[in-house]
Design a protein around this ligand. Structure first.
Ligand SMILES: *[C@@H]1O[C@H](CO)[C@@H](O)[C@H](O)[C@H]1NC(C)=O
Length: 348
């Protein structure tokens, strides 16, 4: 009888605990149960390696009633060895601490746009590294930028791209930032280093995986959120972020954010045709309000839309006719047009 009662109690307890478990997703995007770590054999095993400890921290999924941290339990003990070609889901990418009031301001809050990457070059004379272009982190391993930031006439006079810095807000202190070496660079096969900068897109593979944190997160691609930019309207607000040259001709030490209005392609093509520059549908135009534009130093950085609570990478800063000039929108590479190309280039 005693045994029976004990077994019965056990069943009751297990049932109760079961019902309390919340579903969660671990860093490998697998669905698991949010539990106390001592209940999770796979995560208990993770504690013995450095990467495993990171994996545990990244598996954090909330607190129980006693303020005990809970972790997402699956059979995984570590990051997938082969996940570098997997893009994050909407619950991981594009998230930010967004305070709508600041969207009209200039300076960003520290954890804003945490996918922004700074590209560092070794000058031809061998001096200290300089940062020129920007890029966007799209998963643990890849940064998307403009082709003209890694090849062609623009970087001829600058030097060779050697590293990528992530988690930077203020370039003077670069607190909490990490520098990553580059494993390989894919430049679009049909990039034209000419007047219209067609196919101005490149994908950088970092030498190792980067862990996500409050200041380092990936941005969503349009295909991830099912927003391929088809429904953008004239004047719709998009956002550009960077440390680029501002109108007084200096580069800003802290990340800036600028609102830019979308231009439909017909209007924009006509505008640029006046300068004998033929744009294509794989390019997006935005901006053209005086004092609000992306400038040279922001090359390769993101043009973003805010969609259902996440930030989406709609464009890559490519070129413009002068800088901050009224009625001349900036031209961006349309990321949705290169969805297949990006996914094809990424490898495990
Ligand atoms: C580059 O252009 C050629 C010729 O138009 C085309 O066949 C090829 O598919 C293009 N490559 C890519 C990666 O788009």
């Amino acid at each position: 009888m005693k045994v029976f009662v004990a077994v019965f109690l056990c069943i009751l307890i297990v049932r109760n605990v079961r019902a309390q478990y919340k579903e969660c997703r671990n860093p490998n995007q697998r669905t698991g149960q949010c539990v106390d770590i001592s209940w999770c054999p796979a995560l208990m095993k993770s504690r013995s390696t450095n990467s495993g400890v990171h994996f545990i921290l990244a598996s954090f999924c909330g607190y129980d009633r006693n303020n005990q941290a809970l972790f997402c339990c699956t059979w995984d003990s570590d990051y997938d060895g082969e996940a570098s070609n997997v893009l994050p889901l909407q619950d991981t990418c594009g998230g930010d601490i967004v305070n709508l009031n600041i969207l009209s301001g200039k300076k960003t809050v520290i954890s804003e746009f945490s996918w922004m990457a700074l590209l560092y070059y070794r000058p031809l004379n061998g001096g200290n590294l300089v940062h020129k272009c920007a890029g966007s982190l799209i998963n643990h391993r890849y940064v998307l930028t403009a082709a003209h930031c890694v090849t062609g006439r623009y970087i001829l006079g600058i030097g060779r791209l050697v590293s990528v810095k992530l988690g930077v807000h203020d370039t003077r202190t670069a607190k909490d930032s990490i520098s990553m070496a580059i494993e390989e660079i894919h430049v679009h096969e049909n990039y034209t280093d000419g007047y219209n900068f067609l196919n101005d897109i490149a994908l950088i593979r970092l030498e190792s995986k980067v862990d996500y944190s409050a200041t380092i997160r990936p941005i969503c691609l349009p295909s991830t959120v099912g927003n391929m930019g088809m429904s953008m309207r004239d004047g719709q607000l998009l956002y550009v972020s960077g440390w680029g040259r501002t109108l007084n001709g200096q580069s800003s030490p802290t990340k800036l954010k600028v609102e830019v209005g979308y231009w439909n392609n017909i209007r924009c093509k006509a505008r640029y045709f006046e300068q004998h520059i033929a744009l294509k549908d794989s390019q997006i135009c935005a901006g053209g309000q005086k004092h609000a534009d992306s400038c040279e130093g922001d090359s390769g950085g993101p043009l973003m839309s805010y969609h259902q609570g996440v930030w989406v990478l709609q464009g890559i800063v490519s070129f413009g006719y002068n800088c901050g000039l009224a009625n001349w929108p900036g031209v961006y590479t349309k990321v949705a047009s290169y969805d297949y190309w990006i996914k094809e280039k990424m490898r495990p």
